[in-house]
Ligand binder design. Structure first.
Ligand SMILES: C[S@@+](CC[C@H](N)C(=O)[O-])C[C@H]1O[C@@H](n2cnc3c(N)ncnc32)[C@H](O)[C@@H]1O
Length: 268
């Protein structure tokens, strides 16, 4: 994973009471600049010396990067090392570059290996470049990469760059919209770095809820940026339970970067 600065990150406390004034200010500033939390280091309101931005410059345009993910090797099982070529380009929007939570989730999927992906329908929300889903596709999953229209081009290019057309399909899916009949009911839902714009919180929860059933596995990789993110978890709690993924050897390291990998399950 890309190197990032160290943080003394307090444990995520998703249940504590909301701080109304700060959140109201956050909301007002979001209306002016919805992406400011992704861009500005000083938005890490819970950290004193936070380094939240990934190593890629915001001005990045039409570049290709190579990312390697470890394979799972055990006594009885071994899968190949995954190499993904990724076109990154900030011009279609914030999703056009690779974000740290996406790298964390990709790494975890690679560790779970082919046995986790093969034969399963896997849908990624807010895929951006498509990195996470591409790793799942490279491991044999039937993958759907979804995002808003401006990102569909770069996702499709990345599918072709990695020769994954037989495994990975690209589709438009705006959170909160009715899910079209062309999108199948997934066994697994993946989402990385999708909590940053408050007006989208209820839309994302609705889509997660619309797409999932009792047995759907949802891997949700979240980077904490500000206190108002708690509102997302307050909404999420109405429909889902969650716990931290504990079998990821990288957990301690990315927790220090305020990243958590959560397993969500729908409340029955
Ligand atoms: C910070 S980027 C993360 C991209 C990718 N998951 C990663 O980790 O590199 C957030 C993504 O969510 C997508 N997104 C934001 N709002 C959305 C919405 N209402 N419907 C669908 N996708 C949305 C953006 O287009 C963007 O690709």
């Amino acid at each position: 994973m890309a190197a990032v600065g160290t943080l003394n990150t307090p444990p995520l406390n998703l249940d504590s009471s909301m701080l109304a004034d700060e959140m109201a200010l956050d909301e007002a500033l979001d209306m002016i600049d919805p992406l400011r939390h992704l861009r500005n280091q000083d938005d890490l309101d819970d950290h004193e010396d936070g380094h939240v931005v990934p190593t890629q410059p915001r001005s990045i345009q039409n570049e290709k990067i190579q990312l390697m993910f470890p394979n799972r090797v055990s006594k009885e099982y071994c899968s190949p090392r995954i190499q993904i070529t990724l076109k990154v380009d900030a011009s279609p929007g914030c999703g056009g570059i690779a974000w740290p939570a996406g790298e964390v989730l990709s790494n975890y999927i690679a560790l779970r290996g082919e046995r986790y992906c093969q034969g399963r329908t896997i849908l990624e929300l807010g895929s951006g470049t498509g990195l996470v889903g591409l790793v799942a596709g490279a491991l044999g999953g039937r993958v759907w990469l979804t995002d808003q229209i401006p990102l569909l081009g770069i996702m499709q290019e990345n599918v072709v760059l990695n020769n994954l057309q037989s495994f990975v399909t690209v589709a438009e899916l705006n959170w909160g919209d009715k899910v079209g009949p062309e999108i199948p009911c997934p066994d697994v839902i993946l989402a990385a770095d999708c909590v940053y714009y408050e007006p989208a919180f209820p839309l994302l929860v609705k889509t997660l809820s619309d797409l999932s059933g009792e047995t759907t596995e949802i891997l949700f990789c979240y980077k904490k940026r500000r206190k108002a993110d708690k509102r997302f978890f307050t909404l999420l709690k109405k429909h889902f339970d969650w716990k931290e993924v504990e079998d990821d050897p990288g957990r301690e390291s990315y927790n220090r970067e305020a990243i958590s990998l959560l397993l969500l399950s729908k409340k029955t």
